[in-house]
Design a protein around this ligand. Sequence first.
Ligand SMILES: *Cc1c(COP(=O)(O)O)cnc(C)c1O
Length: 390
Amino acid sequence: MRFSTKAIHVGQQPDPTTGATVPPIHVTSTYTQAAPGQSKGFEYSRTDNPTRRNYEAALAALENGQAAAAFASGLAASAAIIGSLLRPGDSLVAFSDLYGGTYRLFERVFRPWGLLPRYTDRTDPAAFGELVDTTTRLVWIETPTNPLLRVLDIAAVVHAVRDAEQRLGMDAERRILVVVDNTFATPALQLPLALGADLAVHSTTKYVGGHSDLVGGAVVAAEARTLEPIRFYQNAAGGVPGAFDCFLAHRGLKTLALRMARHCENAQRIAEWAVSQGAFEKVIYPGLSTHPQHELAKRQMGGFGGMVTCVLRGGFAAASKFMASTRLFSCAESLGGVESLINHPAVMTHASIPREVRERIGIVDGLVRLSVGVEDVADLIEDLQQALRA
Ligand SMILES: *Cc1c(COP(=O)(O)O)cnc(C)c1O
């Protein structure tokens, strides 16, 4: 099956007892057994739940993975990867341009616990090969990154890491896993596992859910055995999503390809419009030919995504006035919903990154991040235009 067919059909068998075309939401914590030890495959909903299982099957199919595990948030999914696969003294190599909460998780939760995170701010894949050593268990990248929309060559990073393993003489048991946060692109636009990555991690709060009405996360593994410790951790540590959220996220998957196509189309139009406005010092969108990794994005992605980042002339005062003046774009954290949002990373989503680090990587005070929704793009442009005038 191809993408949209999988999105509609995997994990969606009609209910065998009633024929309900859409499987029911299994709102139950426990499962009645015929006799002790005689269950129908489910015992307790932290361990497994039919609604969650169907959703995980769909996620795995869409990401081209063998298995998936759903979590209560994107950060719970990320924490499960580190908590289950790494031990004190292990190092992790990451791209410095990371979601703020992921950086905080590495630095403030796992560093005190013994994890040694190391960062590179180079998009050159060789940088990852140079930073790994025999203590490295994970290489963690986001692409496109949040909020600077830098694009990394996934296949080349995997290649550099595999070369480094050979150079270091690491055996198969110590293989370094490459993790790609695929939240921004989604499997509708980019398939990291098909490019050689071992794990894809998601905040399903964003495009997968797609309607700004749930918080969730997921890990998808290229090979089922890689997911085993994560699956164990899912049950043992328990950061699982409830059945209602699994249902909502699964419903989101069904329209993911349709929504992403519209997000991409609208974002491209807005980016091109913004370039023509003198008020912006800089417009960042992978679909612009001026984007430094435009050619790579074209090769690696099936579309350039729904996020547009702009730097307004006039710093924080201008950005703040602009953001308070939009009517359709809501000033809010998060992204990926059908409705357009506008965010100020330095004050909002990325406030947990120290100022000097933030400014060094380019998250300046005039920078605003647009999550372009699926509204009529002419209305969105008019809204931005009137906010610029204000
Ligand atoms: C939002 C986000 C996360 C964290 O996910 P939550 O669902 O908020 O816990 C991780 N990575 C990226 C790229 C995100 O945008």
